[in-house]
Design a protein around this ligand. Structure first.
Ligand code: ADP
Ligand code: MG
Length: 347
């Protein structure tokens, strides 16, 4: 009875705490927040203060004066900086509260990386509690990704989902509502950006920042060199290593594909490795149903083709790959009663 009363006043919230982006989904309202997982911090006289969070903080990456640092607390898929991660979680939850989407303390489910330790899970849960959650549940990222991509996770049938985020790529084989095999490799969109910056520095003596490298990847990136890829070009700005002056340069898709060779093959090999460790009956299912890609990295042009070529299994990119995890997290919460086993509680 009380629960029904509470349920009437409060709205449930699903949070995808990603290494690159944090998304929040509210039932009936959709995705209400989608911002970079970045926090800008100022240190004055040994005292630290949060200056900005999300979009505003990301714009500061690589442009901060000495006393301000822009931090990505989850960068490599684990919590690199606990305090900052907690500040970020609280900030995002409170912002939605203040938008008056809630009239009572919400139930919150947060998606955590498969590799997160018990200490990290507890820290995430406590941050949400401090931000005013009535109940906090956790769900493992590959499970959320699979639900969000619409895979038949509760069936006695093997499915494989590959979530390519900023810091990590998580591969999971799921059957009967459980994770049969999962692995996490520390290669994702960030590594691709780094490789693009390194390639441009080594081959063209031009220094570019993280943000420029990411823009190149999104606009003309490709996992393989295509016949006509010389024609696809982008003009970028950087600093010449020869004379230190600002300089314009034209990059082609062929350059980017060359730069991305290592991270792309690491991801494809990671998927191949997971298939080799999957029980044969489930592999048989996967051959029929294919490999599903989620996460922002799934948007890299032709990555599906490369993974398919290396594994010999067909690959499909989920609809709206950047939103799969948060939508799957939201759906899991909505179905808690039926589907309790996929949610984790109390660390
Ligand atoms: N069109 C695109 N092509 C290639 N990579 C992309 C594209 N759009 C986004 N990305 C990359 O996806 C990554 C973010 O994906 P996301 O799933 O939000 O990561 P996380 O879950 O780790 O926060 C970033 O590295 C970003 O550069
Ligand atoms: Mg993610």
């Amino acid at each position: 009875m009380f629960d029904r009363l509470f349920g009437f006043f409060s709205t449930d919230m699903a949070i995808d705490l990603g290494t690159a982006n944090t998304l929040v989904y509210v039932d009936g309202k959709g995705v209400v927040l989608n911002e970079p997982s970045v926090v800008a911090i100022a240190t004055v006289n040994n005292k630290t203060d949060v200056v900005a969070v999300g979009n505003e903080a990301k714009q500061m990456l690589g442009k901060t004066p000495g006393h301000i640092r822009a931090i990505r607390p989850l960068r490599d898929g684990v919590i690199a900086d606990f305090e900052v991660a907690e500040e970020m979680i609280k900030y995002f939850i409170r912002r939605i509260h203040n938008n008056r989407l809630f009239s009572a303390s919400p139930r919150i489910v947060i998606c955590v990386p498969y590799g997160a330790t018990a200490v990290e899970r507890r820290a995430i849960q406590e941050s949400a509690e401090e931000a005013g959650a009535r109940e906090v549940y956790l769900i493992e990222e590959p499970m959320a990704a699979a639900i969000g991509a619409g895979l038949p996770i509760t069936e006695p049938q093997g499915s494989i989902v590959v979530d390519i985020g900023g810091g990590t790529t998580e591969v999971a084989v799921i059957s009967l509502g459980g994770i049969v095999y999962a692995s996490s490799i520390r290669v994702g969109g960030d590594k691709m950006d780094e490789e693009i910056a390194t390639y441009i520095r080594k081959n063209f003596n031009l220094l570019i920042g993280e943000a420029t490298a990411e823009r190149i990847k999104k606009e003309i990136g490709s996992a393989i060199t295509l016949q006509n890829s010389k024609d696809v070009k982008l003009t970028i700005k950087g600093r010449s290593l020869i004379d230190g002056n600002p300089k314009d340069m034209e990059v082609t898709q062929k350059h980017v594909a060359e730069a991305l060779m290592d991270p792309v093959s690491a991801i494809a090999e990671g998927v191949k490795d997971a298939l080799e460790r999957t029980p044969p009956e489930l592999v048989a299912d996967i051959i029929d149903s294919g490999i599903t890609l989620t996460g922002g990295g799934a948007l890299l042009a032709n990555l599906d083709t490369v993974i398919s070529h290396i594994t010999g299994v067909f690959v499909k990119v989920a609809e709206n790959p950047l939103n799969c995890v948060v939508l799957g997290t939201g759906r899991a919460l909505a179905e808690t009663k039926k589907n309790g086993s996929v949610l984790l509680k109390n660390y």
